[in-house]
Design a protein around this ligand. Structure first.
Ligand code: T1G
Length: 697
């Protein structure tokens, strides 16, 4: 099987990258491309080269798997691009579907670029903690200017072919006959047309370019992400230094970045996300339930957000609710979400209008009969959800899938309420559903493999990051969140303030501290979940369990919505609550919890995170989650865990399992009343430690 296919026709050499699945530019592929270009150079009958990708796309860029051994790598892609640039014959890149990272750098090393409409082009290396190391930091600024180039590299977001054409990244956008158009471009270049050279220093560097570099230098110094700062320095050299020196600098910076903990963590997450979602691409299409029409039951915040996800993915959606007023509010919420997507450039006005045209609403549940996938998103109440699922089970067709959006209830109990438990699955969206990428797919005891595979494929289709969870209280994310919030609550009773706890965890890297988060999402919501979970004995029934949360709710202090919760809300300002110290101290005394005058940030971070990590090891022990990487994907995509730290389980591995076990044992001794620090989870951690010991023996 050749990595590169080469054939000639009408004096044009066609060089096709042919390495499934995505033409990743590993060392072998780059060597094969070198040979093909050399063959075209030696063939006197060949006027020039069309370079393209067979199968799914032009190329997904460099092979990320090679980055774990950075010191074995050579600047092969830089050398290939320089060889193409200096080839005595024109080389035109014909781009379809995707040209990302090194793939786009390869295309920019060519003398012209033709792209199929709708193709995506980008330099996403920064999302891996890296920089474009195939000459991109040098050639792209010379092609499109420093402002556009820095936006592409520091933002890391792909653009489509039309946008690429508008900034001069591609020379032509076609709707068909991609290779023929590229061949015509070769002939034009071979017969005298000029091409835009990117190999030399620009004749003059505008003051705007230099000012933009300075602006970005200041900005990235604040962001303290090494990759972005390095990108700015490379672009600065593209404007001022001899090309070969600047290329050498770019390569050295790339290798340095590959060694950083941030990049290693981000590369861990890249593959963890693929592995978590793998079922979505593994099942053969005929093995899936055909999904053409969606019904969403419940037009509230979650229901309208879920409906928006499917509308924006091109599905017709019927939104159901018992009251016309609720449906009107739901439709308005969907329109607002679509308008926001237009403002953010996620879709065009025309597309947005097209999406909303696919929405119908109804108050009669029978309207769900024509749906292939029905998602219930009614109020989080077991008897209500049971009744809805039972009625749906009698309404929908035999093959239709019934999904519940419950976040804490038992999916197996809801499945049992229908006459078709094998068709029932959990699809736990995170609010706002049309924004948050994470989707927990809850695989019920009776759920059929075909329904599971279909749900995973649908998750992929609506752009969600799917993670499969077994059935347990809170699935993966919320169950681990309980430990995190339990320790937050206890620390408040022991004398820490909401502001100190939030500051400590935000300094660690969490997007939002737990007290701020609870005030924003509603103290009442969390209190109701805890009380229901205590009633079902899913969590500790100890009266001190999540006491502060329950007591604040009992006082009507439900956070932002009531103006006071863990903080007093004065507009955007979060202020301390005057009587909080007295209140928390009295509650602590009520339950014999000792107060301390000072609690370190280190203790706050470790207790909250290790409570989650401990639960994470239990979740794996119980096979609720398949692997540690899945848990990392849940927490970085749904709970604001910093991506550059890889996720809670990855972080535990970086701390070292012996250290984790020692700290867990320390907390278990100090808090004997708290069952969650009990020995059981330590066995899981110990098992993991043994496995590590074995693997490194
Ligand atoms: N390297 C290695 N494996 C890759 C890969 C890559 N670049 N891209 C995808 N895969 C694997 C992926 O793990 C999965 O594996 C399979 O291919 C299908 O992927 C020097 C330093 C292109 C939009 O960041 O964004 O170039 O699970 O399910 O949904 O300057 O893949 O089947 O075992 O995602 O159609 C820059 C990363 C690299 C692009 C296609 N490039 N890839 O999405 O398929 S760094 C990227 C993607 C670089 C140079 C620098 C997406 C995609 P498995 P998939 P998809």
């Amino acid at each position: 099987m050749n990595l590169v296919n080469y054939h000639t026709k009408d004096a044009i050499a066609y060089v096709a990258m042919a390495k499934a699945p995505l033409n990743a530019l590993d060392m072998d592929m780059i060597a094969a491309l070198h040979e093909a270009m050399d063959r075209a150079r030696r063939d006197s009958a060949v006027l020039g080269v069309v370079l393209f990708g067979e199968a799914r796309m032009f190329s997904a860029g460099a092979d990320i798997r090679e980055f774990d051994a950075p010191d074995t790598l050579r600047p092969a892609l830089q050398e290939l691009c320089s060889a193409i640039e200096c080839l005595c014959k024109p080389v035109v890149a014909a781009i379809h579907t995707c040209a990302l990272g090194g793939a786009l750098e390869l295309a920019v090393g060519c003398h012209a670029r033709i792209a199929m409409i709708g193709s995506r082009l980008g330099l996403p290396e920064v999302s891996l903690g890296l920089l474009p190391g195939g000459g991109g930091t040098q050639r792209v600024p010379r092609l499109v200017g420093t402002t556009q180039a820095l936006q592409l590299m520091i933002g890391g977001k792909p653009i489509d072919a039309a946008q690429a054409h508008a900034i001069g990244l591609v020379d032509e956008v076609v709707t068909s006959d991609l290779l023929a158009s590229a061949a015509a471009a070769v002939i034009r270049l071979a017969t005298g047309a000029s091409c835009r050279v990117t190999s030399r220093l620009p004749a003059d560097v505008s003051s705007e370019s230099l000012a933009e570099i300075e602006r970005r230098r200041t900005q990235t110094a604040r962001l303290s992400t090494p990759a972005q700062a390095a990108i700015v320095e490379c672009v600065d050299r593209a404007m001022k230094h001899a090309p070969e020196d600047a290329l050498a600098f770019e390569w050295r910076e790339l290798i340095k970045l590959m060694h950083t903990p941030q990049s290693r963590a981000l590369r861990h997450l890249f593959f963890a996300e693929k592995e978590a979602a793998r079922l979505s691409t593994g099942a053969a299409p005929e093995a899936l339930v055909p999904i053409r029409r969606i019904a969403v039951v419940g037009a509230g915040t979650m229901g309208s957000g879920i409906a928006t996800c499917f509308l924006a993915a091109g599905f017709p959606v019927v939104l159901l609710d018992v009251a016309d007023a609720a449906l009107e509010r739901g439709r308005d919420a969907i329109q607002r979400a679509l308008d926001a997507g237009v403002r953010r450039g996620r879709w065009s006005c025309a597309e947005s209008a097209n999406f909303i045209d696919r929405l119908t609403t109804a108050t009669d549940l029978e309207e769900a009969a024509s749906a292939d996938l029905v998602i219930e998103a009614v109020f989080e109440n077991l008897s209500l959800k049971r009744e809805v699922m039972q009625r749906l089970g009698k309404i929908v067709t035999h093959d239709a899938i019934l999904a519940t959006n419950t976040s804490t209830l038992n999916v197996d109990e809801l499945a049992a309420a229908t006459s078709r438990p094998s068709q029932v699955i959990g699809m736990h969206f995170f609010s706002p559903a049309h924004v948050m990428r994470l989707l927990e797919i809850v695989n019920g005891r009776a759920t059929s493999p075909r329904v599971l595979a279909t749900a995973m494929a649908i998750a992929h289709r609506i752009g969600k990051q799917a993670v499969v969870s077994g059935v347990c209280y809170g699935f993966i994310g919320n169950r681990m969140l309980e430990g995190y919030l339990r320790e937050t609550d206890l620390l408040l009773l022991e004398g820490a303030s909401p502001a100190q706890i939030d500051r400590a965890l935000e300094a660690f890297g969490m997007a939002m501290g737990p007290c701020r988060m609870l005030d924003m999402s509603g103290v009442d919501v969390s209190a109701r979940v805890v009380e229901e979970a205590q009633r079902r004995a899913d969590v500790s029934r100890d009266g001190a369990y999540r006491l502060v949360c329950r007591r604040l709710h009992a006082m009507g202090r439900d956070g932002q919505k009531s103006g006071v919760g863990y903080y007093r809300h004065d507009g955007q300002k979060l202020l301390p609550v005057d009587d909080q110290t007295t209140l928390y101290a009295s509650w602590a005394a009520e339950f014999g919890i000792a107060r301390r005058s000072s609690i370190s940030d280190d203790e706050i971070v470790h207790r909250c995170l290790l409570a989650s990590i401990n639960e994470g090891f239990r979740i794996i022990d119980e096979r609720v989650a398949s692997r540690e990487g899945d848990i990392d994907v849940v927490w970085t995509n749904g709970y604001g865990f910093p991506r550059h730290l890889g996720g809670p389980m990855y972080q535990a591995r970086q701390w070292g399992l012996p250290y984790v076990i020692a700290r867990l044992e320390e907390f278990a001794k100090r808090y004997p009343r708290e069952p969650s620090w009990a020995a059981a989870p330590l066995l899981a951690v110990q098992a993991a430690a043994n496995e590590t010991t074995r693997s490194t023996a």
